[in-house]
Design a protein around this ligand. Structure first.
Ligand code: DQA
Length: 144
């Protein structure tokens, strides 16, 4: 079994980007944390892109391979209807997609209070640092 953990723009800079908001751990640390948290038969495929098209194509891949998704859409969360429509393809196919955020966007600037993805996500976990991803993974692993 595989779980796709997809990260949107600027998350490749985790560790050095606004550590007061996002912490000092980077994507490699996230990879280690999730691999250790996952059962042995689960492969955690952690990816990051700054490219909207690439992220959309990864969601198509999830549909085609019936692979559950943990998605941190980063800033695309707040305005990408294209990403939302691709996320809807996943959940409408009956495949779980959990939207996650490291920070709690509701406690931040007003533009972060809107997610165009949440309505088509299976659920949303935000505000728990890297634990947001671990909680999402726990849910997905429990399903199958
Ligand atoms: C984020 C929150 C978004 O508002 C922001 O644009 C990000 C990261 C988070 O994980 O807290 O890039 O998705």
């Amino acid at each position: 079994r595989t779980v796709l953990v997809l990260n949107g723009p600027n998350l490749g800079r985790l560790g050095s980007r606004e550590p007061d908001v996002y912490g000092s751990a980077n994507l490699d640390d996230l990879r280690v944390l999730l691999t250790e948290a996952a059962p042995q038969d689960v492969t955690v495929d952690v990816r990051q892109t700054d490219d909207e098209a690439e992220l959309i194509h990864w969601l198509y891949e999830a549909v085609d391979t019936k692979t559950p998704v943990v998605l941190n859409p980063a800033a695309f969360t707040h305005y990408s209807y294209a990403l939302r429509d691709a996320a809807a393809l996943v959940t409408k196919a009956g495949i779980p997609l959990v939207e996650v955020h490291i920070s709690n966007p509701h406690a931040r600037e007003t533009f972060r209070h809107t997610s165009v993805v949440s309505a088509v996500a299976t659920g949303v976990i935000a505000g728990f640092g890297f634990d947001s991803y671990r909680l999402a993974l726990d849910h997905i692993v429990r399903l199958a």
